[in-house]
Design a protein around this ligand. Structure first.
Ligand SMILES: *[C@@H]1O[C@H](CO)[C@@H](O)[C@H](O)[C@H]1NC(C)=O
Ligand SMILES: *[C@@H]1O[C@H](CO)[C@@H](O)[C@H](O)[C@H]1NC(C)=O
Ligand SMILES: *[C@@H]1O[C@H](CO)[C@@H](O)[C@H](O)[C@H]1NC(C)=O
Ligand SMILES: *[C@@H]1O[C@H](CO)[C@@H](O)[C@H](O)[C@H]1NC(C)=O
Ligand SMILES: *[C@@H]1O[C@H](CO)[C@@H](O)[C@H](O)[C@H]1NC(C)=O
Ligand SMILES: *[C@@H]1O[C@H](CO)[C@@H](O)[C@H](O)[C@H]1NC(C)=O
Ligand SMILES: *[C@@H]1O[C@H](CO)[C@@H](O)[C@H](O)[C@H]1NC(C)=O
Ligand SMILES: *[C@@H]1O[C@H](CO)[C@@H](O)[C@H](O)[C@H]1NC(C)=O
Ligand SMILES: *[C@@H]1O[C@H](CO)[C@@H](O)[C@H](O)[C@H]1NC(C)=O
Ligand SMILES: [Cu+2]
Length: 554
């Protein structure tokens, strides 16, 4: 190929999908930038000076190459949330799990191929609390010529929900780490970077979403919030849910969606009211006695031909403790399970695991409060290693982790009833080992230690099927009889309900080290995390590839 043709193809591949490109190149400059959309002049950490960051467009089967250059004072790493990373765990991104961080002045090329996936995912920083402002959409279109399993929308719009602090987010978590107690809640929620009108803040109108009467739009909704689940609704309009976490679902209509940090939801919206302006609202969902930011972020759905001066039709978001709204929504989610998109639920199980998801309290002499609030899985507060686990696994480095993560908690108690008075936890960098292609059933049980709470649990490297959920303690005799093994929703992040449990199944068909953690950043910080180590298989294409030469060093 002549050099000028190569350049032409490279440039064309940066434009959203006008030509077929097998390889898509992006450059992420991690830089400080002023947050002009927000009521603050404080510089924030961004990609390419944008908040939210740039959208990555690709098609199923494409290879994506993203060169990340770190121009800030923080260590950085980027995670491609929901991308399976088949055999390319080196490109997954969680710092100290699959890679050492990209240090100031350094760079790294993330190189991965999107196999068997299409839909809305997203990318975000996976170190410290940087993902508050370092995040963006990752839109995977079907292969050329392959239609959606629903009528093609007139237009597609990315909607990123977020959480915003007036203070520097690293100062917020550092202050909490010093005290040993919970960090400050955010000061506002955002829709595409804008909170909407905020008291004492001029020129904050929120984003405008223009629509033409009677046309259908697909909203690719992403929750990049740090610590809070959100309700999302649009005055006067129903939303038809067609996809979550980049897997198609049986379409259903709803007024309100509920979305946890880490999750994505595609909805169809038909502009069937002819004219007017309608409020778009994102507000917190919290059904436990835990402080949240109670601000509602707003935007406006604006029909073409409607005067700007027209009054906006308002809508009241559900009260923050509206558990029934959230439950009705999650209970409606089913895999499409069509011939083309079958739900391949594992029917035989090699590893039946039971993990308690919990908070705890340890003594802390250095903490201002004398104690440290922690979080754990099966009573183990995860201790981050100094060297990435995937490197330690690949190069057989001893002493970095052990593979004795327990398959059940050390003590069985009434998890959702009266709690043990001893809320101390154990510490460790313990992993659970899986043979290639083995199958796992994992019951995630919330506890009432400190307080029950809805925890969105995210698994890297896999999608899983959500085969069951319930309130109270999981009953291993009765509950499995009610599991949905036919068309359970398939996703990468699932809420464990407050004072309840969720059961998931997956097949360990991806060798590597795969992080699993609560996607409430505060809980991840507190230690609500662990990892699976999946051994190589014996056949061709069943081993992790060697690390890229530019993989950052610790
Ligand atoms: C942010 O704005 C301040 C004041 O307007 C300016 O001095 C500074 O250079 C800006 N910083 C960046 C990173 O753009
Ligand atoms: C990306 O990884 C593939 C192997 O998965 C390799 O063949 C290719 O050369 C890599 N590309 C770059 C630019 O590193
Ligand atoms: C946290 O909130 C308290 C009380 O409003 C305030 O005094 C403190 O400065 C906040 N911390 C940070 C880091 O913003
Ligand atoms: C929101 O929370 C703040 C601080 O906790 C409180 O002062 C305020 O009354 C709350 N507002 C609403 C509408 O609940
Ligand atoms: C667990 O505690 C709850 C709440 O107190 C109670 O309703 C339930 O009966 C208890 N379950 C068992 C098995 O003791
Ligand atoms: C957790 O581990 C700590 C430290 O070994 C122990 O004191 C506590 O009883 C354990 N708690 C539970 C619920 O297993
Ligand atoms: C775990 O670590 C914390 C803080 O480093 C400490 O207070 C606690 O005693 C440790 N727990 C055990 C069981 O070692
Ligand atoms: C994985 O296991 C399933 C069921 O046991 C089997 O059908 C399939 O061929 C296996 N796949 C590989 C790649 O070994
Ligand atoms: C950045 O990462 C390196 C490698 O792990 C580590 O040695 C260094 O302390 C980190 N820097 C900061 C500021 O945390
Ligand atoms: Cu959590």
């Amino acid at each position: 190929m002549a050099a000028w043709i190569r350049v032409l193809v490279l440039v064309a591949c940066l434009l959203p999908l006008v030509v077929e490109c097998r390889v898509r190149h992006y450059k992420f400059n991690v830089v400080m930038a002023n947050a002009t959309k927000l009521c603050s002049r404080k510089p924030i950490v961004t990609v390419n000076g944008r908040f939210p960051g740039p959208t990555i467009y690709a098609r199923e089967d494409d290879t994506v190459l993203v060169k990340v250059v770190n121009h800030v004072k923080y260590n950085v790493s980027v995670h491609w949330h929901g991308i399976r990373q088949l055999r390319t765990g080196w490109a997954d991104g969680p710092a100290y799990i699959t890679q050492c961080p990209i240090q100031p002045g350094q760079n790294f090329v993330y190189n991965f191929t999107i196999t068997g996936q299409r839909g809305t995912l997203w990318w975000h920083a996976h170190i410290l609390w940087l993902r508050a402002t370092v995040h963006g959409a990752l839109v995977i279109l079907p292969k050329l010529g392959v239609p959606y399993p629903f009528p093609r929308p007139h237009k597609e719009v990315v909607i990123i929900l977020g959480e915003w602090w007036k203070s520097d987010v690293e100062a917020v978590i550092n202050e909490a780490t010093k005290s040993g107690l919970a960090p400050n809640v955010s000061d506002a929620h955002t829709i595409n970077g804008h909170p909407g009108p905020v008291p004492n803040c001029l020129s904050q109108r929120g984003v405008n979403l223009p629509v033409d009467p009677s046309k259908t739009y697909m909203l690719r909704i992403i929750s990049a919030a740090l610590n809070e689940e959100l309700f999302f609704k649009i005055a006067g309009h129903k939303l038809t849910v067609v996809e979550v976490d980049a897997t198609y679902v049986k379409p259903f209509k709803t007024d309100t969606i509920v979305i946890a940090p880490g999750q994505t939801t595609n909805v169809l919206l038909t502009a069937d009211l002819g004219s007017g302006k309608y409020l778009v609202a994102a507000s917190p969902f919290m059904d436990a006695p835990i402080a949240v930011d109670n601000m509602t972020a707003t935007a406006t759905l604006h029909y073409s031909g409607t005067l700007t001066t027209t009054a906006t039709t308002l809508t009241a978001p559900p009260p923050k403790n509206a558990t029934p709204v959230a439950t009705t929504f999650t209970n409606s989610l089913r895999s499409l399970n069509s011939k083309k998109y079958p739900a391949k639920v594992p029917l035989t199980i090699d590893h039946s695991l039971f993990f308690t998801i919990s908070l705890g309290v340890n003594p802390c002499a250095a903490c201002a409060s004398g104690v440290r609030v922690v979080a754990d899985i099966n009573n183990i507060t995860f201790v981050m290693p100094k060297i990435a686990l995937l490197q330690a696994h690949f190069f057989n480095m001893p002493g970095v982790f052990t593979d004795d993560f327990p398959g059940k908690p050390p003590i069985t108690f009434n998890f959702t009833g009266t709690q043990p008075t001893n809320m101390a936890t154990m510490n460790g960098t313990r992993l659970y080992r899986l043979a290639y292609n083995s199958t796992v059933q994992l019951v995630l049980q919330d506890t009432g230690m400190i307080a029950p709470e809805n925890h969105p649990i995210h698994l890297h490297g896999f999608n899983f099927f959500v085969v069951g959920k319930g309130i109270g303690n999981f009953n291993p005799k009765k509950d499995p009889k009610k599991f949905n093994l036919v068309d359970p929703v398939e996703r990468n992040t699932v809420g464990v309900p407050s004072g309840g449990w969720t059961a998931i199944r997956f097949r360990a068909d991806n060798p590597g080290v795969w992080f699993m953690h609560c996607h409430l950043e505060v809980h991840t910080t507190w230690g609500l995390k662990m990892a699976f180590v999946v051994d190589n298989g014996k056949g061709p294409g069943e081993s992790i590839l060697p690390p890229p030469i530019d993989l950052p060093k610790c």
